[in-house]
Write a protein that binds this ligand. Structure first.
Ligand code: B3K
Ligand code: ZN
Length: 878
């Protein structure tokens, strides 16, 4: 297995200016003819041309119509003795789409043909310099059986179509925009489409299409609306217009990830397209909006300007996540709904990226090396990358960021560039900004891995009536990086008086750019309460020893909604970890319960916000807090403490839960707007608490109501919420409801995924949940071949259910190892994702640590492990 290093980048030896691709599509054997206009790179004369290829069969190579000599070297097709002038290269090869179980390259799903080329799938279709800095204009001819594959789609515009003999037909597509091979796509399948013509603000006409299987047309309205909203948003916010006459989205049920931004022909996992109130939850509706937006925004940030090499992946991913997060916030509208979205994003970052940054896979936002690039589509590249862009926007201001984006496009449209180019454009457009004066130091965010610890200490001087805040930073070592330079950390903050009144004029953004700095605030009558890192202005761990009184003040009064929520989480963490550390049962104090009651009763707060405050930090988050402190993680102790706290919140706040249920259980006709979603979320949380408490007390009224709710529900959010209340509350009514749910939705694959996931997410109790997962893995509807279905049990257990996964007998680890090995045999990308489940094994307490290590070794011991999974387990064991 070979390592690719960022520093080894060399420009391509040849440019490919145009590609004329022709496909004779047959599931068993597809013939590909590729005719390329090749131009030697004047900067690298005399070099051989190396073409990537994988799992395909070469049948002929012609240069200017003549056969030439070639040989293979490390899997590449090498042509030397080439003309020094531009020439035509023709390659013929075959591939076997129906045998392509990796879902990378050209593969079949549900009887149709689909492609996935990012990052290195194009080489599984034909021989090509499969690297993002080679950009060509594509013309594509598709030929296939007309009955089985009535829709023939590729990037760009349809130029010609018609019938052929033997029941076949063809279509010719032309994409005028030069693009790298990873953005190529084709679809040949039996699909129907929702179409909408739009005229944009700038007066251009476009045709938008969403392609799905025949029965799914009624579930495409939300995706279409999300696409229309995305187009309008990018034009309004960034002045970026749709540059295509035709923009297509295609849904496919076998897909390794969420979606793919192929130029003009986005291909989506069905999970991020299909939604009806009856089959999709509020969360699904929100995810569809953000993923449709994300892929659409790539049209500029990714496609018009792409990455020079894969180490620059965050150039497009970090920026596009930032853009989709901004889009979702703007769609949410009210300040409070925006804050809710921000809290959810930060919760996600801390749940996945922080552990990644603390484990064996820790890597900079711009990595230095990889074995399998697919392993670097990570939370660090995406979500921390988005935080890096957000910090730039904070440092140059909203208008400044827009100026920087404008300059970025003015300079680099049509090019393949680097993260440095992006940062330089933002800086150059804002010469006097706090970013530009510290640009080199700021760029350490791209180069250094690890989550900085930001320490804050305040000192009040009654004599001078001043308060001094000292901020210091330290970043722990990560693999290959022992010592770190200080980061540039924007710390948005403000001060409150002890009674919660804001201190006038105290709001500002401090910029910490050295190991330690102090700031003094004058004219204060008493020590203030500091609200630090508002809106989570930097991806750091804030070590701030706030007193309980200060946290209660912040929870009750901070003007920054993020920090109100954060204060509540800190109060919960203190109680949970207090119990874990003491090894004693958790007993909630009146002060905490009163504060939670006050939140629930506060008429000025939105339901969505209340639901977030009353949702306890996850077991995974709690584990990380212990690991950060260098304490061994006992997942079962954490699970027990959290369950005890949930039970007490359910009991002690019973009256409030019942009142909230009465007030919010019915939201009328279904609309996925932030206010209705918030009401449903809070009603579901209330119901979960009411059932949990009722089951504990042997009362049957609330479980009965939950069952009724489950039966009567008018939408999936309510129905799934009621089902979860019964199943997760361990009500005797759960089994019947589960059976009924399965029968109701047996034809809806995405709903059956939910049915598996809900059971795999149940709070563990005496090993019942893991036993159920093992049984469900043998269910006739379960399959590892479909990534969504595989993940529904396995990723849910490993990522979201530590109580079920970390067992003192190691049985769930062994089960995991067996599944990783099995999946690795046919789908390395899916396997290597799952293989990361035990990345944090070193942080575990015994016996988990030893058992986890043994399970990883079990995976590593598999002969012929894919390079993808090999990279993960090798790093984990290093
Ligand atoms: N760019 C794709 C991800 C491709 C993943 C390849 N392993 C989706 C996205 O980020 O929009
Ligand atoms: Zn993306």
């Amino acid at each position: 297995d070979t390592l690719t290093r960022r520093e080894d980048y060399v420009a391509p030896s040849h440019w490919i200016r145009t590609v004329d691709l022709s496909f004779d599509l047959e599931p068993a054997k597809t013939l590909v003819i590729s005719r390329m206009q090749v131009e030697p790179n004047a900067d690298r004369p005399g070099q051989p041309l190396r073409l990537d290829g994988e799992d395909i069969t070469l049948t002929r190579v012609l240069v200017n119509g003549e056969s030439v000599s070639f040989h293979f070297e490390e899997g590449q097709l090498v042509l030397d003795k080439l003309p020094a002038e531009p020439f035509q290269l023709e390659i013929r090869n075959t591939c076997a789409p129906e045998k392509n179980t990796q879902l990378s390259g050209l593969y079949t799903s549900g009887g149709g043909f689909f492609t996935q080329c990012e990052a290195q799938g194009f080489r599984r279709i034909t021989y090509f310099p499969d690297r993002p800095d080679v950009m060509a204009v594509f013309r594509v001819t598709l030929k296939a059986d007309a009955k089985r594959f009535p829709m023939l789609l590729s990037n760009g515009n349809l130029v010609e179509s018609g019938t052929l003999d033997k029941g076949r037909h063809f279509a010719v597509w032309h994409d005028p925009h030069p693009k790298p091979s990873y953005l190529f796509a084709l679809v040949a399948a039996d699909l129907v489409c929702r179409e909408q013509k739009i005229r944009t603000r700038s007066g251009q006409d476009h045709t938008l299409q969403v392609y799905v299987r025949a029965g799914d047309l009624d579930k495409t309205e939300h995706a279409m609306n999300s696409l229309i909203a995305s187009i309008a948003w990018d034009e309004a916010r960034f002045g970026l217009k749709l540059d295509l006459e035709r923009f297509m989205i295609v849904a496919v049920s076998d897909f390794n990830m969420g979606a793919m931004e192929n130029k003009g022909l986005n291909i989506f996992n069905t999970k991020f397209v299909l939604a009806s109130p009856a089959t999709a939850t509020d969360v699904d509706f929100g995810n569809i909006e953000s993923v449709v937006g994300h892929e659409y925004f790539h049209n500029w940030t990714g496609n018009r300007i792409t990455c020079r090499d894969w180490f620059q992946l965050s150039l497009k991913e970090g920026l596009t996540v930032y853009r989709d997060q901004e889009f979702s916030q703007d769609m949410a509208g009210s300040p409070s709904a925006r804050a809710v979205k921000r809290i959810e994003d930060v919760r996600g970052l801390r749940q996945t990226q922080f552990p990644e940054d603390a484990g064996p896979m820790a890597h900079p936002v711009r990595p230095d090396s990889y074995q399998a690039i697919d392993n670097f589509y990570t939370a660090t590249v995406y979500d921390k990358g988005a935080e890096v862009v957000r910090m730039m926007a904070t440092l140059v201001g909203r208008e400044g960021f827009r100026r920087g984006m404008d300059l970025y496009f003015a300079r680099h449209d049509g090019q393949a560039v680097t993260c440095d180019d992006f940062a330089q454009a933002i800086a150059d457009a804002n010469p006097d900004s706090a970013l530009t004066t510290r640009l080199d130091a700021f760029k350490r965010w791209y180069a250094q891995a690890g989550t900085p610890r930001l320490k804050a200490a305040g000192r009040f001087d009654a004599e001078t009536r001043s308060w001094t805040l000292t901020l210091s930073q330290h970043t722990p070592a990560t693999p290959g990086q022992t010592d770190k330079w200080p980061f540039v950390i924007p710390v948005a903050m403000g001060l409150l008086q002890a009674d919660g009144t804001p201190v006038a004029g105290s709001e500002r953004v401090l910029v910490l750019d050295s190991a330690q700095q102090s700031w003094t605030f004058d004219a204060l009558d008493a020590a203030p309460v500091a609200s630090l890192l508002r809106g989570f202005s930097a991806p750091v761990i804030l070590e701030w020893e706030a007193s309980e009184a200060e946290l209660f003040t912040l929870l009750g009064h901070d003007t920054d909604a993020f920090n109100r929520w954060e204060a509540g989480q800190r109060l919960a963490v203190a109680r949970l970890l207090g119990a874990v550390r003491a090894g004693a049962p958790l007993v909630l104090d009146a002060a905490y319960l009163d504060a939670m009651r006050a939140v629930l009763r506060d008429a000025a707060l939105d339901c969505a916000f209340k639901e977030l405050v009353l949702t306890l930090p996850s077991e995974g988050y709690l584990a990380e807090r212990l690991a950060e402190a260098g304490e061994p993680v006992d997942p079962q102790a954490i699970h027990a403490a959290r369950e005890a706290m949930r039970a007490q919140l359910a009991r002690e706040l019973h009256e409030d839960w019942a009142a909230l249920w009465d007030a919010h259980a019915s939201t009328g006709g279904y609309r996925p707007d932030p206010v209705s979603c918030g009401r449903r979320a809070l009603a579901n949380l209330a119901l979960a608490n009411l059932v949990l408490d009722a089951v504990a007390r042997g009362d049957t009224v609330w479980p009965g109501r939950a069952l009724q709710r489950f039966k009567d529900a008018g939408n999936m959010t309510d129905r799934l919420g009621a089902l979860a209340a019964l199943v997760h509350g361990r009500s005797p009514l759960a089994a019947g409801a589960l059976e009924r749910f399965h029968a109701m939705f047996r034809g809806e694959a995405l709903v059956i995924d939910k049915w598996f996931a809900l059971q795999a997410a149940a709070p563990e109790h005496d090993g019942e949940v893991f036993a159920r997962i093992r049984t469900l893995a043998k269910h006739p509807d379960y399959s590892l071949r479909n990534p969504n279905r595989a993940r529904s049990l396995l990723m849910t257990m490993t990522a979201l259910n530590p109580g079920a996964f970390h067992r003192a007998d190691g049985s769930a680890y062994a089960f995991w190892a067996e599944k990783v090995r099995e999946i690795d045999g046919f789908n390395p990308q899916l396997a290597s994702r799952l293989a990361r489940a035990l990345d944090r094994w070193r942080a575990l307490a015994e016996p988990y640590r030893t058992l986890a290590r043994a399970a990883i070794e079990q995976v590593a011991a598999k002969p012929e492990l894919s390079p993808d999974t090999r990279e993960i387990v090798t790093r984990a064991l290093a």
